[in-house]
Design a protein around this ligand. Structure first.
Ligand code: ASP
Length: 318
């Protein structure tokens, strides 16, 4: 029996990826292939400044990319972190999964592995992203060796985001993916939540799939995507599962330090029901409201479902 396919992606910029993914799913592609091809659309779009080509760089002006992919059918996963000069890290992650006995490769060796497997290098900094980095450099104090202690904030509304993707194919199989340049101006070598299986993404064919975007340094400590899938296994809807996970995560954070950070989760249950939630509406700034793109019969953008810090941590109300 054929199942109605579904794809769900994070952010407004996920819409083009969802369109491509749904097209493939409708023509019978596996969820895994659809996720990879859909993610490639965003990775290769130079206008998206937080993923692949045109992504904002680390503090040294180098674009370092993180990505992962996971197959619900086989429970196999592949992941790469800190990859430079290659625009499509989710496809390298797929090769790690398909061609090696390992799950994760990092840095220069992930890059070398990709080159041995037919990938090519290119300049990932665009004129726009180079200028943004130069502006940040100008404002930064020369004595700020840690990149954090002085100067402009490392995390601003418009300098990070991930495309997280979850899909259900016509055979009833699920897959999930994530790809990002991470936080702009990050300390070189910093790896976020996106390539961490269980944090940036997780899928269990018997239950559902989940993926995230937001402040990865905090999200990874709550292993959020794994928790969303576990919540669905315990009977919650995808939306309830995302909300409960964000509440849990926020309750564990020190509100003085982390009360205002942004995090968002998307999920698909094995029967095709979708859901999402975010810690706040404008964590990516007033122009970048939390939205996610759902591809079912056609592709539509959705907004809303906010779990605000004030709702979770009463001390913030004062
Ligand atoms: N989760 C990403 C990271 O921390 C950034 C984002 O999605 O906003 O690397």
């Amino acid at each position: 029996m054929s199942v109605s396919p579904v794809i769900i992606t994070t952010w407004r910029f996920g819409l083009a990826a969802s369109v491509r993914g749904l097209e493939l799913l409708k023509s019978g592609s596996s969820a895994l292939d659809a996720i990879e091809a859909a993610a490639n659309v965003t990775e290769l779009d130079p206008e998206v400044n937080s993923v692949g080509l045109g992504g904002l760089p680390n503090a040294d002006g180098i674009v370092e990319l993180d990505a992962a992919i996971m197959d619900g059918l086989t429970h196999a996963a592949g992941s790469v972190a800190g990859v430079t000069d290659i625009a499509t890290p989710i496809s390298i992650a797929r090769k790690v999964m398909d061609l090696t006995p390992h799950t994760m490769l990092v840095g220069q060796n992930a890059r070398a592995f990709a080159l041995r497997n037919g990938f090519h290098t290119e300049e990932l900094l665009t004129e726009k992203s180079r200028k943004a980095w130069q502006e940040w450099q100008k404002e930064r104090s020369a004595s700020d060796v840690s990149h954090f202690t002085s100067g402009p904030p490392i995390l601003t509304p418009d300098n990070h985001d991930t495309i997280g993707l979850c899909a259900l194919d016509t055979h009833g199989n699920l897959a999930a993916g994530c790809t990002t340049s991470g936080m702009a101006w990050k300390v070189p070598g910093r790896v976020g939540d996106s390539p961490i299986i269980g944090s940036g993404l997780y899928v269990d064919n018997a239950v559902g799939a989940a993926a995230g975007t937001g402040h990865g340094d905090e999200m990874m400590k709550a292993v959020v995507s794994y928790r969303v899938v576990q919540n669905m296994e315990r009977g919650m809807t995808p939306e309830e599962a995302c909300i409960e996970t964000l509440r849990y995560m926020m309750a564990k954070r020190n509100p003085e330090l982390h009360g205002n950070y942004g995090a968002a989760l998307i999920a698909v249950r094995k029967d095709g029901l979708v859901g999402a939630a975010a810690t706040k509406s404008g964590f990516a700034g007033p122009d970048r409201l939390w939205q996610w793109a759902v591809g079912k019969d056609d592709c539509t953008l959705h907004e809303g479902v906010y779990v605000t810090p004030t709702e979770i941590i009463p001390s913030l109300l004062t």
